[in-house]
Write a protein that binds this ligand. Sequence first.
Ligand SMILES: [Mn+2]
Length: 336
Amino acid sequence: MSDREKIIKLLREGERFNLVSHQLPDGDNIGSLLALGEALERAGKEVQLFVPGGVPRRYRFLKGSEKIQPEMRSGQDWPMVVLDSSDLERTANFQEQIRQAKIIINIDHHVTNERFGTLNLVDPGAAATGEIIYLLLKEMEAEITRDMALALYVAISTDTGSFKFENTTPRTHRVAAELLEYKLNPAVISQRVFDERPYPFFRLLERALAGLELHHGGKIACITLSSAMLEECGALPEDLEGLINYTRNIEGVELGIMFFIESPEEVKVGFRTKTVDAARLAGLFNGGGHPRAAGCRLRGRPEEIKERVLREAAKLLEEGSRSDKESDDARNSESQ
Ligand SMILES: [Mn+2]
């Protein structure tokens, strides 16, 4: 019997389950947890739902999200179903309790999944854990309610960035299409999950764009914000999220930078790039990240920090365009 078949058998026959997922929760882990949780409850099982830190504001409209707990106070010996987590470290405060469980069912779609479960259902071809859960519930012939369909649609649409990322497959669209049959309204969902932000975010955006600067012949764009501006706009640090993307999205800009002046001598710097290595740039200032998104934190006078960062950024762009030209030259000489 395959792990998938064993998991189905266990979910059918078991009487109680803990469903657990990762920290910094997103639409996929919350949605997957709620859909599988409701299916098991409807089958008469006792179910507890856990996410480290609790549910972010923007997913609290999902039915059942109020049942998700940030701590496990009972049922520590129940079978653990771990969703959307490539390793147990990601389950933060739950990892010790999970490690001690007799049965761990690991359901995930990350290619880097460590197969930490007693039983593992890992499908890197799935765009989201929600896609795996939907197919699993269908195979189990579980009744799918509108609330479950909504939770799964949110799971899949968030992990695919509204069906825009490379992980979106024909199967993803087929699953999404079947979910829409439950009379979901995609416009309302995307409005709620992607577009809507609290009013202070827009006041901050106004301040950010008012101070937008272009450098290096329009290839570098930067915005500057400060703790004082947050206060003036009635905004929280979480409202800064996403502002930096406006810099990178400007036509012709290769590198977007956000300076956030936390205090008169401390500046947080974010980088977003289209082609150059953001992690390398952040690394010059002891920061880190990914090739297209990185950041660092610097101490000193904000004006001086800004100058230094812009100088290094310009150098990196120069190098980038030189090496592009060199490889073009190399290609040209090869073809000759
Ligand atoms: Mn996911």
